[in-house]
Structure formats: structure tokens, C-alpha cells
Unconditional design. Sequence first.
Length: 211
Amino acid sequence: MPTLNSFSRTGSTQVRVLGFVVLGLMTGCATTPPTQQSNLCDIFRQKPGWYEDALEMEKEWGTPIHVAMAFVKQESAFRHDARPAKDYLLGFIPWGHVSSAYGYAQAQDPAWADFQQATGHGGSRTNFDDSLMFIGWYTSETRRQLGISLWDPYRQYLAYHEGRGGFKRNTHQKKPSLLQVARKVEQQAKEYGWQLKQCRQELEDNRSWLF
């Protein structure tokens, strides 16, 4: 005859299975951008799997969640297949894209290859978790090579956009519009950070229910 403990274990297993089913349903349209991109709490409520991905990234590389998420918002507006504008030959003949940047993080081919080689990580630029890991790795390497704090989204973004070599050559100083964008990313990161503090416990409570 089943004991009370066996019922408890069975019930716990069923709850965990249900949690995975619910999470799967909630993230089934993972490639659809979140509808409220200015609020990090709303993003994670709509995409609970993304919160898990962000936690893994932060644990692996130390990059604050709000900083990495601000990068993604700026780079792709959370579109998995984002690409830069097309280039045109003679002004009207489509001739590919202006760069090889692709996916959530807008990682270019050489940088993505470096990431894969350095970490042994495969993945795809159209996968959110892989893209977030790329941002974590890149910013961590920027801290190691250039000494830029992971909590400095302004300078980290400039190095991310220009490449570390370009940043060391101060190429960003000749691009006023880029400096404005970097300030925008900095402000978004601050807002995301404040918002995350307000809903962190809620997100953690939801995790404990799901997992």
C-alpha cells in the first residue's frame, strides 16, 4: 500500500513535471520579442526561461543581468534573427549586409568564432541563452584585457561595439552618435537594475514553484 511519503514524493514529481510543462508553454514562442521591453520585470514574466538563462550567464561570467539585458535590447530589440541594414551596389543592387552581425547579441562572425573556440560552446546566435552567454564572455574578457568593470555599461558597450582594439585606439571618440547610444544603454541598464530589485523575489518564488 502506498504510504503518505510515497504520495508526497509522487505529488512533488507531478508538480515539477507540471512546472516544466508550464515553462515550456510560456516560452514556446521564445522567438517572439517581449511586448514590454522597457521593463525588465515584464520581460522576465513573459519569458521566464530568459530569467533562468540570465542567472546562468551571471553565474558563469559575473556580468550583471541588467547590463547584459540592456545590451540585447539595444542590439536587437530582442529579435532572434536581427541583422544590420543591407548594403547596395551602385546604390540600388542588394549586396548583402553591411556586417556579419546576427542574432540577439548582434555578434559578428569572427567574434562568435572566438567565443566558440575559447569556451568550447557551440550554440547559435539565434538562441537567447547562447547569445547571453556570448555577451557575458565578451564583457568578462573586456574586463580582463582592458580593466573595464562589468558594472560599467557605458564603457563596456563602447568596447563591445568598436571591438577592444578599436576602443584602445579611441575610435569611439570620433563617433558622437555612438557615444549617445552608449549613454542610452547605460541609462537602460540603470533602469533595468532598479526594476529587477523590485521583482527579484517574485521571480525567485516563481522559480521555486517551477523547479
